[in-house]
Write a protein that binds this ligand. Structure first.
Ligand code: ADP
Ligand code: G6P
Length: 765
């Protein structure tokens, strides 16, 4: 990973989670050692802090033991001690007996005990105090997961100088379930102590915001919660939105590429008896993971002879987890009973169709298993994300292998090319297992390519930069507001944006699209976000529009596209563009900043020889006939030529010249496009509508915002659907749903969208 260093703006990073990234293990003979802690939280977070360096506050995994702070690489670990009683009440009790099942669709019944809750409050306070003692002035504190939901507010009280983030790695429940919790208000208040609250999926964030509005005096404005000032504290805003977590995909790919890993994968298959198909399941032994459902489907397929027990092996890796909690003990008993029965019924002396492994493995062995598996079964009944699914994909550079994935895993939002299943539907599961075992290589390749694109587009660095970037910008905005004497909540953040620029109906529609998990923000350039000027090369994007587009482009789930009639070269003259932007020039004929192979239309590439010849011919003709007319400017583009008459003194004469140009162009078989005092002649029939449609098709599904001012932008408005938002800038007929007067208003619209999406207010120019 690269480029992470600046994410905290040079401030100290303090990670806070129930578990430290390493557990202290005490062997039977009393010797102690350290091993990587279980679960997805550590898998995701560790590679980031290895790069950034941090202080990490957490529990070392053993009860009644005092451990002094110690260092590993760039991390300073600050262990928080838990007594046996704390472990029972706070960890096994309230965290894993109440919150875990409640937040996972009550798959197991949550228990509500006041003495568990009391201890949860006490231990959360201990964590908050520990961070407060440890953190440097102005540090960034990033608190993780359901075990520590009260820490943000406790910490803010102790250390108002810190920037505080909270990320929930598991689902946030729908309101109907959350309301069961006797301490629901305290949990919400605890979380609202953060500046940024991150969730895995859009529905989690929506549910949180709805509940927070109901149980506290806050108001949701898009993704932002506005907290009013109280007698003790100034008003604040809190960003509460989805930041889907991921893995260090490159690190997994690197292990997968090693010859020794590939050799080990072959050995694993050989050790399994070289079956035709190897299926794999990798989970913590947890009732949310749908292991029982998976085994039932497998068992039935064997019993019905739909799969041949001698040709298949299902390897189920089930890492030990929370073994003191009743529901987990019961699950282990049931699974182990099923394994014995299934192999008893379907196995032979030399071959067991189900291999059950109840232990932890090294990263290298896990990757070898992924490479050895023809099919990975990920069938949770509910899962925040599920990183195992992403790890499998990251390892499969050979583009082979099939991922069967539950719709109830957060990963299903991104990994749409998996075979998606409802794990409750056993017949559906069986059908998917069969389909996976028989999937042709070509289909495997096509699906795996899509899956790999998704994992590559959002790896853990992207996740961390999105989250930390939001925290940093919020703290910088706050500092600037304080320095200028307008503390954030004094007037509420909304009123900091000039309201007059964004019509109410536009504001309402923006609010509707602002929270979508995937959002495409596309805009024309000249006349839309850059005022029209006499000389095209002098056009400049309004600074506020530029800032807004840059912030949108950095926000998770948002892509920014600039669709201009200019050639890309002509656009470059204005110094326009931004990191990660998609830019289409020449009305859709040119395209950069996007994987062109993902585009289905005719965008991109070079003109053919025949196209170049025709273009040369018409350009020569225009030069001869129009070139010497005062005020006429000819602009050659990669796929066409434009005739501009903006500077012709007599508008009537300008119109006549354009009519003459159209006659020549049509005779030459070129496509003609009308603009304001310009006609464009092109050898390709692309337009902004086609390219916009192609870009959106290649991105995850979600709404589109498009802003444009000219006739050629109508093609783009025409492809928008009811859930999108088209905004016409200025006068003229339009298919757009909304209209605003000028580029300054367009900049205000974009700034409002930034605020709704990220909580950050961009002032007026
Ligand atoms: P959860 O966070 O609920 O445990 P995830 O799928 O998000 O689920 O993350 C699980 C992580 O634990 C993955 O990184 C996976 O590789 C790792 N893991 C699971 N089982 C084992 C095991 N037996 N040995 C080593 N790592 C494991
Ligand atoms: C999941 C949770 C983590 C937890 C991990 C392992 O990933 O989101 O917070 O640390 O499981 O569970 P454990 O209870 O062993 O820490």
């Amino acid at each position: 990973m690269t480029g992470m260093q600046d994410l905290t703006g040079g401030r100290e990073l303090v990670m806070v989670s129930n578990r430290l990234p390493v557990d202290r293990v005490i062997a039977a003979d009393g010797t102690t050692s350290w091993r990587t802690s279980p679960g997805g939280l550590v898998t995701a977070v560790e590679p980031i802090v290895e790069q950034l360096g941090c202080v990490w506050v957490g529990w070392a995994g053993s009860a009644d033991e005092h451990i002094e702070p110690f260092e590993i690489g760039r991390m300073r670990l600050e262990p928080v001690d838990l007594s046996r009683d704390d472990v029972e009440r706070y960890y096994e009790g309230f965290s894993n007996g109440t919150l875990w099942p409640l937040y996972h669709d009550v798959i197991a019944p949550p228990e509500y005990h006041r003495h568990w809750w009391d201890r949860y409050v006490k231990v959360n306070r201990r964590f908050a105090e520990r961070v407060a003692e440890t953190a440097a002035q102005g540090a960034v504190a990033w608190i993780h997961d359901y075990q520590l939901q009260l820490v943000p507010a406790m910490l803010r009280e102790l250390r108002p100088d810190l920037t505080i983030g909270f990320f929930l790695h598991i689902p946030f429940p729908p309101r109907g379930l959350f309301e069961q919790l006797p301490w629901r208000r305290s949990i919400i208040q605890g979380l609202l102590g953060a500046d940024v609250i991150g969730f895995q999926r859009v529905p989690d964030a929506i549910s949180f915001r709805t509940i927070a509005e109901r149980y506290t005096h806050t108001q949701a404005l898009g993704n932002t919660m506005v907290l009013p000032a109280t007698a003790d504290a100034p008003g604040r805003t809190v960003l509460a939105q989805e930041f889907p977590i991921s893995i260090d995909a490159a690190a997994f790919a690197e292990v997968a590429r090693r010859p020794e890993t590939q050799q080990r994968a072959r050995e694993i298959r050989a050790e399994l008896g070289d079956p035709k198909t190897v299926m794999l399941g990798v989970d913590r032994l947890d009732y949310t993971k749908g292991i029982r459902h998976r085994l039932k489907a497998f068992d039935e397929l064997l019993a019905d002879d739909e799969i041949d027990a001698s040709e298949i092996v299902l390897v189920q890796v089930a890492s030990p987890s929370r073994e003191q909690v009743d529901a987990y003990r019961q699950l282990r008993n049931e699974v182990e009973l099923t394994v014995g029965r299934l192999n008893g019924e379907h196995g032979t002396i030399g071959h067991s169709p189900l291999v059950y492994l109840h232990r932890g493995y090294s990263r290298e062995e896990m990757v070898a298993l992924y490479l050895a598996a023809d099919v990975l079964l990920v069938t949770p009944l509910r899962d925040g994300m599920n990183l195992v699914a992403k790890e499998y994909v990251a390892c499969r550079e050979d583009e082979q292998g099939v991922l069967v994935l539950s719709e109830f895993a957060g990963a299903a939002d991104e990994l749409k090319d998996a075979l998606l299943v409802n794990p409750h539907d056993i017949e559906g599961l069986k059908a998917a297992f069969l389909r996976a075992t028989h999937m042709p290589q070509e289909e495997q390749r096509r699906r795996m390519q899509g899956l790999r694109r998704a994992v590559h587009d959002n790896d853990v660095e992207h996740w961390a930069s999105g989250f930390l970037g939001s925290m940093t910008s919020i703290s910088e905005t706050r500092a600037a507001a304080q320095a200028s004497g307008t503390p954030e909540g004094a007037t509420g953040p909304v009123s900091l944006v000039p309201q007059a620029f964004v019509p109410r109906s536009v504001g309402d529609r923006l609010r509707r699209i602002a929270t979508a998990s995937s959002l495409l923000v596309a805009t024309d350039f000249d006349g839309t976000i850059a005022p029209i000027v006499p000389r095209p090369q002098d056009a400049r994007m309004l600074p506020r529009a530029r800032q807004a587009l840059e912030m949108l482009s950095a926000a998770p789930g948002v892509r920014v596209a600039l669709l201009t009639g200019r050639s890309l070269g002509g656009l470059a003259d204005t110094g326009t563009g931004g990191e990660g932007w998609i830019v289409s020039g020449s009305h859709g004929s040119e395209l950069t900043g996007f994987d062109v192979s993902g585009i289905t239309g005719g965008a991109g590439g070079e003109p053919t020889d025949e196209e170049s010849d025709r273009l040369d011919r018409i350009t020569r003709r225009f030069e001869r006939v129009l070139g010497s007319e005062p005020g006429v400017r000819l602009e050659r583009k990669p796929f066409g030529v434009a005739v501009h008459t903006r500077e012709v003194a007599d508008p009537e004469y300008g119109r006549e010249l354009l009519a003459a140009a159209v006659e020549f162009g049509v005779a030459e078989g070129l496509h003609v496009r009308e603009g304001k005092q310009v006609r464009e002649f092109s050898v390709r029939a692309s337009d902004k509508g086609t390219v916009l449609q192609s870009i959106r098709d290649a991105l995850p599904a979600g709404p589109v915002l498009f802003l444009g001012d000219d006739v050629t932008d109508e093609d783009a408005f025409a492809v928008l659907g009811p859930d999108d938002l088209g905004i016409k800038v200025g006068e003229g007929e339009t298919a757009a749903a909304e209209r605003i007067p000028d580029p300054a208003a367009a900049a205000a619209v974009l700034a409002r969208l930034v605020e709704l999406r990220t909580g950050i207010v961009i002032g007026s120019d």
